[in-house]
Design a binder for this molecule. Structure first.
Ligand code: AQP
Length: 323
């Protein structure tokens, strides 16, 4: 049986990009015969120096949303990273198997250092990511292409540790399934749809009303050709809408083009808005039910299970290292 690990940061309200790029895939994996760990990686959020109240409510919101999205809890464990301190412990151990030069080469470090300032958390967080993946000895990690470099670093770290101390960690692979769609902002289709975007009209949030969703799609930026045709270079806006429609309905770009070959953009935008609204609305109503419940009720003994699995790895690592 495969062990799968993936994480989401509680840096803000979960959006459609998070669903179609990650969570939808996690739901699929959770219904296969895997042991899955889906983690709200709150320690990573500290790199942004968040407001404590916001962070706390985003953690709870994100955990409950993962359940509302339909992750099968029979073979999945959902938990917040900071409640399993073994992640941070292993991160220290693993930092001794990671070269400074490797961290300096991380593209995301270069990008984030500009926007978040150059504190050392921004520099070393890929090691914490490696520890997130290795703490449960995951063999498969469903991540987007932007994370390929971090996964390679994780494999390098694991390999170096194994070369010194024996075959402790599996070398994790990127999920072989269809990778999630990368959604772009509806207002600035050259930028990624993101929790931290300044323009809220470019992002569809999980709790947007049907009305808001329709308005956002109707005012989404497209081009003047009025032909529903996928062309990522010259028609970024409409290609993004095709991606969204295709991803929710599990069909190809070509099928979307065929379905809407006689439609103008106005009609297509309404169809995409309705599809998105139909997709998000049951998730939001399940979330509203869960919102009233205590988190420990919602997640049962998930945290204990995550702790047990992580501690098993730490015991093994401690014993191997002579600690
Ligand atoms: N626009 C997106 N399209 C597809 N997938 C996306 N993901 C995020 N944005 C998109 C995927 O969602 C998962 C969780 O992401 P994360 O919260 O850990 O980090 P992120 O990629 O930095 O997400 P955001 O929403 O853009 O947050 P901020 O604004 O805080 O940086 C990941 O699998 C990610 O690929």
């Amino acid at each position: 049986m495969k062990t799968v690990f993936s994480g989401i940061q509680p840096t803000g309200k979960v959006h459609l990009g998070n669903f179609l790029g990650a969570i939808k895939n996690w739901v699929r994996l959770s219904n296969e015969k895997n042991k899955n760990y889906f983690c709200v990686v709150d320690l990573h959020s500290v790199t942004t120096h968040p407001n404590p109240k916001d962070l706390n409510s985003n953690i709870e919101q994100t955990l409950k949303l993962l359940v509302a999205a339909g992750i099968n809890l029979n073979n999945s464990i959902i938990y917040p990273q900071s409640k399993v301190p073994q992640h941070a412990y292993l991160s220290w151990i693993l930092s001794n198997f990671c070269q400074v030069g490797e961290l300096q080469r991380m593209t995301q470090y270069k990008e984030k250092a500009d926007s978040l300032g150059s504190h050392s958390g921004i520099f070393t967080y890929p090691v914490l990511m490696a520890s997130d993946i290795l703490i449960h000895k995951a063999n498969e990690v469903p991540v987007g292409d932007d994370q390929t470099q971090h996964l390679e670093l994780t494999r390098n770290i694991a390999e170096r540790f194994n070369n010194n101390y024996g075959n402790v960690f599996p070398l994790p692979e990127k999920s072989s399934g269809k990778s999630g769609t990368r959604l772009m902002s509806l207002k600035h289709p050259e930028d990624k749809m993101s929790k931290s975007s300044d323009d809220i009209n470019g992002t569809i949030y999980f709790d947007d009303s049907r009305d808001t969703i329709m308005k956002k799609f109707k005012s989404s930026v497209t081009d003047s050709s009025n032909v529903v045709k996928y062309d990522i270079d010259s028609k970024k806006g409409i290609s993004n809408l095709i991606d969204i429609y295709a991803s929710i309905n599990d069909i190809s770009h070509q099928e979307v083009e065929r379905l809407f070959e006689n439609s103008q953009y106005g009609e297509f935008k309404i169809a995409v808005g309705e599809t998105v609204s139909d997709y998000l609305s049951p998730i939001y109503s399940d979330y509203q039910e869960l919102e009233k419940e205590d988190l420990s009720q919602v997640l049962g003994n998930n945290l204990d299970q995550a702790n047990d699995s992580a501690q098993e790895t730490i015991n093994e690592v401690n014993s191997i290292l002579g600690l």
